[in-house]
Design a binder for this molecule. Structure first.
Ligand SMILES: C[S@@+](CC[C@H](N)C(=O)[O-])C[C@H]1O[C@@H](n2cnc3c(N)ncnc32)[C@H](O)[C@@H]1O
Length: 289
């Protein structure tokens, strides 16, 4: 990277250097990503940085920033580099042990809240494959009297989720357990949510390097046809749902028909397939049939 002479780096010069480097590496939104990384290093709001172009940056901070830019140019996701990702109204910690929560998944949260009826009446919430805890914590933030379980097979992911529960002030209303889907779970829940791994094994290598190389395989791999986890989860939903409960599953693109057939054969009734902001059918909501 070319750039400011030793001791003379400024915010503007560093952003320019980084933008060029990231663009050359094929990173979309290179300028925005450069701001996120520099904001992280300087402890400043990324949006404010263009107004501070002449602000000097110490050589130590400039070097920290350049190191992050090199890693981003090698296609490590920004969320892992800065260790944070916004989701719903929450600011979550993320590490390479968890999937980076996506805006699409907020569709699952919104559908679950809408179909659960009165938010004050929701008592028990289950999030299967909780990862960072994103869905569970968002639901608890919306349902003030609810208590929830976040389940994952990854102990490392559960450690991240527990930390996020504490940081969000919700730890007293949830527990995190390690398990293979609902095999060891009993009880009935007003909301069951799941964003299972749904990428077909053979497709993973074709995804962006940020996903294919950086995100946990266990969070992506849905088996040969992408549907293996739905086959594992859906038969347990009737025994996990309270009589007026709702289960909302995130769908991969093009999976609505197959998941619908699995739900129907489990005796569940589909009440909505909600599209995400990109128009993709994303949140599959079912109730007892
Ligand atoms: C697509 S990620 C979703 C993470 C998080 N809920 C979100 O939406 O950001 C799927 C999660 O399911 C977990 N998982 C995969 N197989 C599992 C299994 N057999 N039992 C429980 N959790 C599993 C993974 O570890 C991962 O955290």
């Amino acid at each position: 990277m070319t750039g400011a002479r030793a001791g003379g780096a400024t915010v503007g010069a560093l952003l320019c250097e980084a933008g060029d480097r990231l663009r050359a590496a094929g990173v979309e939104e290179a300028r925005i990503e450069a701001r996120l990384l520099l904001g992280h290093v300087l402890g400043r709001k990324p949006l404010a940085l263009p107004l501070e172009a002449h602000r000097p940056v110490t050589e130590a901070d400039a070097e920290r920033f350049r190191a992050l830019v090199r890693r981003r140019a090698a296609r490590e996701p920004t969320a892992y580099l800065i260790g944070r990702q916004g989701f719903w109204t929450l600011d979550l910690a993320v590490t390479p042990d968890v999937l980076i929560p996506r805006p699409d998944t907020e569709t699952v949260v919104a559908a679950a809240v809408d179909h659960a009826g009165c938010r004050d009446a929701v008592r028990r919430v289950l999030d299967l494959g909780t990862g960072s805890g994103a869905i569970l914590l968002a639901l608890l933030s919306e349902c003030p009297n609810a208590w929830g379980v976040g389940l994952d097979r990854s102990e490392a992911a559960l450690a991240v989720a527990r930390g996020n529960a504490v940081a969000s002030g919700l730890a007293h209303r949830c527990a995190f357990v390690c398990g293979d889907w609902a095999a060891a779970l009993a009880g009935r829940f007003d909301i069951v949510a799941a964003n299972p791994p749904y990428i077909a094994t053979g497709t993973i290598a074709t995804l962006a390097p940020e996903v294919a190389r950086a995100e946990p395989r266990v969070a992506l791999d849905g088996g040969a046809d992408g549907l293996a986890c739905y086959r594992a989860i859906i038969p347990d939903l009737p025994r996990l749902l309270a009589p007026s409960g709702v289960a909302v599953l995130e769908l991969g693109a093009g999976q609505a028909r197959e998941v619908g057939a699995l739900a129907e054969s489990a005796g569940l009734r589909c009440v909505e397939i909600r599209q995400d902001l990109g128009g993709v059918p994303r949140a599959f909501a079912v109730v007892q049939g």
